[in-house]
Design a protein around this ligand. Structure first.
Ligand SMILES: Cc1ncc(C[n+]2csc(CCOP(=O)(O)OP(=O)(O)O)c2C)c(N)n1
Length: 569
């Protein structure tokens, strides 16, 4: 006669740490960026022991682990994952997590934590991670039971990749990592590891209203934010714009919505990277269609362009909370950009407007003519325009460029032409913290290793990320770093010049030879002071099969003609 074994003996269990590793792998995670700590030891041991197929990239700072995960997520279309220990590991990972969340990028951060049993006893690194991360993430939890691990990971991935994408945080206490989890609970829907994982279509009633407005408009203009690239809606956007003969402008994060050499492409608008010529296209519109765009302060130059009340507005966004915040909306469209733009195309029926791109062509030509004069300049120190022009000439259309705040963001946003669609250029536009581009470029490269990745940073940014040069060298990544070297927090000095009668205060710092610093880490590096050396050096740097850095001594930002409207006055 068969003997029934006790139920408990039949249940196979794994540890909480093993379950966490299993849940990441089950969601299709390929890379984890992170830094070790005492409370993470069980998680690290599970990563070391198990056959999971994931790669761990050791970083030198948790902030950069999060930025790497962010850059990886932006370029791969998958969730980026980073991890760190308790206490400082959590506070250091935070800047990267909040940038990702506010930029609608799905990044999961995992911090280990002190044991439940040690809580409230002045334990080293104790910190309320639940309260810390709540306002900075779309979803977060501190797990109090090992059995909750699988469900928490499923909820986190679901939150990150549905609706407006965003960041999630999971804290894994030390004893939760060691407790039992039923093995049968380790399962996931791997489609939640990519975004957008669940597309939602807009209300057909609103689609019809929007189509009616589009048919009646004489000069419609699309203003595309990051939502177009996030939703991979470029094809639907371009098809619709061509049928309507509508100009297509973008925000900085929207670069890649349309090739910038397309007849209808206006380029970047707004106070950072916009120019009088691109602004004029927005001002001449009778209908503005915001697509995946929050219509925030930078894009609209503090809600002045378009001028409220002067145009009709269609606002399309996956997040209903975005609509109507900054502009009175004539037609709201809540839904995924790809589905909504396709639905608009269908609702238009056979309607088309003959291609009329003269205004866009004239605006582009006028903007370019002004740029070219400075881009060809042989002046010393080298003008930022010259740097953008030389780099643009040498990069293939499929390259990925990451720009830090300071000189790089406005200059590359305005003048680096993205030739193609999808994520080929990005900057951290939610918080604009210095020191993002180097690490984000590491993530971007690992997401798309076959193309050239370049990070452009100011020397202020270099000071905030130099430690990761070791990571680039250790991994032998053929990423090129460009430092715009001007010994000043130029962006702020420019603000003091334009708004405070040149009362310069606490913005200058001493010159650093960034090439020598990089060489000390093992990076192949050059320092360039003469413009006629620039092309040759960049060519060598871009061709090298390991990490390279080009330190370019540049005209300080407050003396340059930056495409920043507040200073142009
Ligand atoms: C973490 C952080 N602190 C402060 C700022 C404010 N800020 C914006 S631009 C800027 C100056 C940038 O200097 P640098 O990187 O040298 O570039 P430059 O403007 O000189 O080209 C500062 C301090 C910031 N963006 N991020």
């Amino acid at each position: 006669m068969p003997v029934n074994k006790p139920v408990a003996a039949r249940v196979q269990t794994v540890t909480g740490a093993e379950a966490a590793v299993g849940m990441l792998a089950a969601h299709g995670v390929e890379i984890i960026f992170g830094l070790c700590g005492d409370t993470s030891l069980p998680f690290y041991d599970a990563l070391a022991r198990l056959e999971h197929g994931m790669r761990h990239v050791l970083t030198r700072d948790e902030r950069h682990a999060a930025y790497m995960a962010d850059g990886y997520a932006r370029v791969s279309g998958k969730v980026g994952v980073c991890e760190g220990p308790s206490g400082g590991g959590a506070t250091y990972i935070l800047p990267g997590l909040v940038e990702a969340n506010e930029s609608s990028i799905p990044v999961l951060a995992i911090n280990s934590d002190i044991s439940l049993a040690a809580r409230g006893r002045f334990t080293l690194t104790e910190l309320d991670q639940r309260a810390l991360m709540r306002p900075l993430t779309k979803w977060n939890a501190v797990l109090d039971r090992s059995a909750d691990v699988p469900r928490a990971f499923r909820a986190a991935f679901e939150a990150m990749t549905t609706g407006r994408p965003g960041a999630a945080h999971i804290a894994l206490p030390f004893d939760v990592q060691n407790g039992p989890v039923e093995k049968s609970e380790i399962w996931a829907d791997p489609t939640l590891g990519e975004y957008p994982s669940r597309r939602v279509a807009p209300d057909p009633f609103h689609v019809e209203l929007a189509a009616k407005l589009l048919r009646g408009a004489r000069r419609p203009v699309f203003i595309c934010g990051g939502g177009v690239v996030l939703a991979r809606a470029e094809h639907e956007l371009i098809e619709l714009a061509e049928r309507l003969s509508a100009a297509v402008a973008t925000t900085i994060s929207g670069k890649g919505s349309i090739p910038e050499d397309h007849a209808l492409a206006v380029g970047v608008v707004g106070s950072n990277g916009g120019t009088p010529e691109t602004r004029a296209i927005v001002d001449a519109a009778d209908l503005v269609v915001f697509v995946g765009c929050r219509a925030g302060s930078v894009t609209t130059e503090r809600w002045r362009h378009p001028a409220p009340g002067s145009v009709k507005v269609i606002h399309l966004d996956v997040d209903p909370a975005v609509l109507g915040v900054s502009y009175r909306v004539d037609v709201p469209l809540v839904g995924d950009a790809k589905l909504a733009l396709a639905a608009l195309g269908e609702a238009l029926g056979p309607f088309t407007r003959p291609l009329e791109a003269t205004a866009v062509a004239q605006a582009r030509a006028a903007k370019l003519a002004k740029f070219r004069v400075l881009a060809e300049s042989a002046a010393v120190p080298i003008k930022p325009e010259r740097v953008v022009a030389e780099l643009s000439k040498q990069l293939d259309a499929d390259a990925v460029v990451v720009a830090d705040p300071g000189t790089p963001c406005p200059y590359f946003s305005a003048y680096y032409p993205v030739r193609g669609t999808g994520r080929r250029y990005f900057s951290n536009r939610a918080h604009g913290a210095l020191g993002y581009a180097m690490a984000a470029a590491v993530g971007a490269h690992l997401a798309r290793p076959a193309v050239k990745t370049v990070a452009v940073m100011g020397d202020g940014s270099f000071g905030m990320c130099a430690g990761e040069l070791e990571t680039l060298v250790r991994l032998r990544l053929p990423v090129t770093l460009v430092v715009i070297s001007n010994s000043v927090y130029g962006w702020i000095k420019a603000g003091q010049k334009s708004g405070y009668h040149e009362r310069y205060f606490a913005v200058d710092f001493s010159a650093t030879d960034h090439a020598r610093v990089a060489e000390a880490f093992g990076v192949k590096a050059w320092r360039v002071t003469e413009p006629d050396r620039l092309a040759g050096v960049l060519q060598q740097a871009l061709a090298h099969d390991g990490p390279t850095l080009v330190d370019i001594v540049c005209q300080p930002l407050h003396e340059a003609r930056a495409p920043v409207s507040e200073w142009v006055a």
